[in-house]
Design a protein around this ligand. Sequence first.
Ligand code: LLP
Length: 447
Amino acid sequence: PTSATRDDEGVLQIAGVPATDLRDRFGTPLYVVDEDEVRGHARRTLAAFRSATARHGVQARVYYAGKAFLCAEVVRWVTDEGLAVDVCTGGELAVALAAGADPARLGFHGNNKSVAELENAVDVGIGSIVLDSWIELERLAAILERRSVDDVRTQTVLVRVNSGIHAETHEFLATAHEDQKFGFTLEDAPAVVARIRELPALVFAGLHCHIGSQIFGTAGFLESAARIVELHATLLDGGDIPVLNLGGGFGIAYTSADDPTPIEELASGIVDAVARECEVRGIPMPNLAFEPGRAIVGQAGVTLYEIGTTKPVEIGAGAQRLYVSVDGGMSDNARPALYGADFSARIASRVSEAAPALVRVVGKHCESGDIVVDAEYLPDDVVPGDLLAVPATGAYCFSLASNYNYVPRPPVVAVRAGSARIIVRGVSLDDLLAHDAGLDKTPAFRG
Ligand code: LLP
């Protein structure tokens, strides 16, 4: 987080809270999230898209993509700052609602929403459902028919289309090339929209597309916007389509090697491109919606670990690599194992004058791919007991966490103005053992 500084003893502080205090109060590993930074990114992102769209006389709505990191407090922070929320399962919807989010400002994604999930979304009055398949379209229409007793119950829907763009990112993070599971093709979309327009219960509000995640350049967004506006134009049919949702995917810096485009520049680049495409086609500019997740929470998070062992390993040609093991790993941050993602690390409990040594930070799991930071310089006097901070873990770390190897799940602590509080409790070993039915003491089981 930008609030990270060193105190007089050289201890890392986050929003004025020393890392050593956090360890003493909450233990390690620990997810720490800077509330003001999340709020700041939310405000800045909303302002960027609002001012970009205002120049063209239309509005912008920014949905926070909850999959990046969802819990009640985060829902409150982002909605408080004026964001809507995008959920993609019944579980995420339940969190957003329990936290008090206005259902009308929620969008519901997903390629396999169940009947129960759709019924619940309709019943709570969700703002929009993003349709992903023909089966879902008919499923939703049938639900609305069942719900339409005296009056026709209607539901606002968007249609997710796959713009066919190969986003320049990890293969697993790209979502709009042809051979993947999300959305309708550009070719099928007109028939889908035509079908929706036949059904009085479904209100077509616009198209949706999302090309992938952790994208740095603007080129993919601009190309995708051009294709989607072209489709949008063909669907107008003399009428109005109120919104165009262009998804999220805005990249952040994980290490000093990363140089993402500032959100203001991205926002005006994308919005101006849509405006140009509309002008060329002589059509009115729709309101725009966006769904950033990572860009709101990613850099606001930092994970604290305690170093447990260090070990020099011969790696051939007389060279050595120092392996530094921490007390978590792929259970609290699966991203290096899943995507080869890069992170950085710093000793948080002290500063050292020792020479930098190239190390590999690894976790405590039974896999050699359990890497936290593949290559990092740490002072060569690094010892067990040192605290290690890994920044930029606010997005897709807690949300992808597991209990692999029965490693307890860390709590999430929010820091603000010198104080810290738990916003998500950890999952303890006792919690895990309580799920093991083989430990039930009942005679029936033992029988
Ligand atoms: N909208 C839709 C429809 C999405 O599928 C996603 C992300 C987003 C918005 C938000 O994307 P963001 O702004 O956060 O990039 N676990 C991976 C990322 C998976 C993203 C899935 N969809 C990772 O750790 O990098």
